[in-house]
Design a protein around this ligand. Structure first.
Ligand code: BG6
Length: 511
């Protein structure tokens, strides 16, 4: 028997993995289709997938909302959204095919007639478009509507797949407000859908650069031996945005930066950066390792010293005057919602004991950038002249998630000349230079995966609950300790965040 087993053909298997993954007969129902996410991300992603030939010919898209629209009005909305936000060029022939399967169902979420219409619309599409009974229901609605929508799906038998077909539920964050509400929500969803029917979206996991974290770590030999407490000094995970809350006051106020972004995106980045190698790239194996590391996260004892929250004040952003958070439309002038959060965490395991992970995120910061910086200890000894090397920084591997996607390795190098002067230099990998293919949008990848039933890039219940478990004590502490520190728009957050690192003899990177 060969190492690959008697029946496998390694060449054929390798070739198969490179074939494009194309969805089989299917359709997507979007609840909350008039929302921002749907217009800016979901509709364009569906078109981009169609344009790349990754959707079946009869693919169907049903919009469900209160708006008094006919199918044509809905199609026009999708058309406009695609023209404005799609990644790939508009092609009339692709559009003409896609529009064949577009339907709109008008109604409230508690409206039985509307769900009856949805059911018959799905049955009609099965006949006219050959969707084979395979439908995903995308809940792009505030969580308070989840119970109603899933119960209605159950009542009308829409969650049960007819013979040989599938039904799936796609859920957008926030998955609850804290651990207790997340558990309630999970219970409600799982009353109707089995765990393998539920796909929770954390769109960061759909980003190419985020998927590349595991490739970098586990497809190579040179990083993993030093990826531990013996060599790493600390890790910084930054997600900075230059935008404010825009028109999202209703969603954002009372939620804040830590719940909006740290609970999901940043803790997922931490998990991918810190987890052990999974036995395979299967969803079960990935979840097992992510859950293990999230379960090992430890909060420092004094949350006053290990966390900072901030709120943007008026300032300047990109040469324009920006108003403060409390002056934004729809925000309570006494709001204590955080628009900036920085947290220091530890991981209690053999690999990471004693290595701090600093997480920070904020709106209206200096610029938009997301990165993971693994910062290494200084060389234990330097044979070179001290005065010449004191400016030398620490070695770092920086995974540039966005917008300048790639990886940077920073190290010291001799400056050309007659003395042994060492200076920091960097070696860059940039997607744009190394690959001709452009990266798909996160939502393209994730919608395709839902249609294929591929759950690798979707957080499971355990991860969501473990992440709340990390955040809950911090939110409780904040609720009872003062107010967020103000920082001027366009800066890098409150001074307290710099002080937090300075106490540890470190400083934030200025990406
Ligand atoms: C969302 C948050 O999940 O991510 C937003 O709710 C944030 O507040 C957005 O702006 C950022 O996503 P991206 O892909 O632009 O980094």
């Amino acid at each position: 028997m060969t190492a690959h087993g008697a029946n496998s053909n390694p060449l054929r298997d390798a070739a198969d993995r490179r074939l494009p993954r194309i969805a089989g007969p299917s359709g997507l129902v979007i609840f909350g289709v008039t929302g921002d996410l749907s217009r800016k991300k979901l509709m364009p992603a569906v078109y981009d997938l169609a344009n790349r030939g990754l959707l079946p010919p009869g693919f169907s898209l049903i919009g469900f909302a209160r708006r008094e629209w006919q199918d044509e009005d809905f199609a026009q909305e999708v058309h406009d959204a695609v023209k404005q936000h799609a990644r790939t060029p508009f092609r009339e022939e692709v559009w003409q095919q896609l529009v064949q399967g577009m339907r709109f169902v008008q109604g409230n979420f508690d409206d039985d007639d509307a769900f009856a219409t949805l059911k018959s619309t799905i049955q009609d599409l099965d006949k006219s478009q050959g969707t084979g009974g395979n439908f995903a229901f995308y809940l792009s609605v505030p969580p308070k509507f989840f119970p109603q929508v899933v119960q209605q799906l159950k009542k009308f038998g829409l969650a049960d797949a007819p013979d040989g077909s599938w039904r799936r539920a796609v859920i957008e964050k926030p998955f609850g407000h804290d651990l207790a509400s997340a558990r309630e929500l999970n219970a409600i969803v799982h009353e109707v859908f089995a765990p393998d029917q539920v796909f929770r979206i954390d769109h960061y996991l759909g980003k190419e650069t985020v998927q590349n974290i595991l490739a970098l770590r586990f497809a190579n030999q040179m990083f993993e031996p030093i990826w531990n407490r013996s060599y790493v000094d600390h890790v910084q995970i930054t997600m900075a945005e230059d935008i404010g809350i825009g028109g999202r006051a209703g969603y954002y106020d009372g939620i804040g930066a830590a719940r909006d972004v740290i609970q999901n995106h940043l803790l997922q980045l931490l998990a991918l950066t810190a987890m052990e190698e999974p036995a395979s790239f299967d969803a079960d194996a990935l979840v097992a390792e992510k859950a293990k590391v999230l379960g090992a996260v430890k909060l420092p004892k004094d949350l006053g010293l290990a966390t900072v929250r901030g709120q943007y004040a008026a300032g300047w952003q990109g040469g324009e005057k920006a108003v403060g958070y409390l002056q934004e439309d729809g925000i309570d002038p006494g709001s204590t919602t955080d628009t900036y959060a920085a947290i220091k965490l530890g991981i209690d395991n053999r690999r990471w004991a004693g290595v701090p992970f600093y997480l920070r995120t904020g709106k209206r910061l200096g610029r938009r950038v997301t990165e993971i910086a693994v910062v290494f200890q200084r060389a234990p000894h330097s044979p070179f002249d001290h005065t010449a090397t004191e400016e030398l920084g620490q070695n770092a591997i920086v995974i540039r998630v966005q917008p300048d996607e790639g990886v940077t390795v920073r190290f010291g190098s001799k400056v050309p000349g007659t003395s042994m002067e060492i200076r920091d230099v960097s070696m860059d990998f940039a997607y744009g230079e190394s690959f001709t293919e452009s990266s798909p949008e996160a939502y393209e990848r994730l919608i395709l995966d839902v249609l294929l039933g591929d759950a690798n890039l979707f957080p499971r219940t355990e991860e969501v609950e473990l992440s709340w478990n990390i955040l809950d004590p911090i939110e409780t502490y904040w609720d009872t300790h003062g107010k967020p520190a103000q920082y001027p728009s366009g800066t890098w957050g409150p001074a307290e965040a710099d002080e937090m690192l300075a106490r540890d003899g470190r400083s934030w990177r200025r990406p």
